[in-house]
Design a protein around this ligand. Structure first.
Ligand code: GRF
Length: 206
């Protein structure tokens, strides 16, 4: 068991992906440790869930901007994650863009999950973008985070078929369910296998 692989989880919402990750940690299919959960929303479900599971959790006041953290807040996030000695920062529904200092502090060690098959449909409401575009297959992607929007190297993907009768809600639900399988599986691979990023490709060592 690679219990020494320490995850720092960031989220702004209900935290169902964190729930799936915590379940995989509990049953041992992901051998790592949830070192800390940090949120920019004091009442976020993800913090409540961490509390229930007895996992260290912190709220950081995000500052005055809607889509990014203030410099002070970003520094606090970095400090908390460094104090918790995290090996990997796991974005699980974190709704603010992370800027240069954060990206430099954890370079090549931040992953995110996005509800489409990237590079199609980056940005907000990707399931709705997919439905409106008329694609027949969409899905979800775990990727490294870089300075762009949903643009980093791809760790793993899961396809979800778009059904004729789908609404944005039904499609979103099935993508969410696929995320709950994909994210723990990708984290397990990152925790146990060596990897490097060559160009746009994640290359596994073992
Ligand atoms: C997920 O749909 C993920 O794709 C996106 O944010 C959502 C988080 O959902 N990045 P939850 O808080 O894990 O339920």
């Amino acid at each position: 068991m690679n219990k020494s692989f320490r995850l720092g989880i960031l989220g702004s919402g209900r935290g169902s992906n964190f729930g799936a990750i915590a379940a995989a940690l509990a049953k041992g299919s992901l051998s790592a440790e949830a070192a800390v959960v940090v949120s920019d929303i004091s009442g976020a479900g993800i913090l409540q869930l961490a509390r229930e599971l007895g996992i260290r959790h912190e709220f950081v006041e995000p500052g005055p901007f809607r889509t990014k953290l203030s410099e002070v807040a970003e520094a606090q996030f970095i400090q908390i994650l460094q104090d918790a000695r995290v090996d990997l920062v796991v974005l699980a529904g974190f709704m603010r863009v992370l800027k240069g200092p954060f990206l430099r502090a954890f370079e090549g060690r931040i992953v995110n999950i996005h509800p489409s098959l990237l590079p199609s449909f980056p940005g907000l409401e990707a399931w709705k973008q997919a439905l409106d575009h008329g694609v027949k297959v969409t899905g979800c992607t775990v990727h490294f985070v870089d300075a762009g929007v949903d643009s980093g190297a791809i760790v793993g993907q899961r396809a979800v078929e778009v059904l004729e009768q789908d609404t944005a809600e039904t499609l979103h639900q099935r993508i969410h369910a696929a995320e709950h399988e994909l994210y723990p599986a990708c984290l397990a691979k990152l925790a146990t296998r060596g990897f490097s990023v060559k160009g746009r490709r994640v290359v596994w060592s073992t």
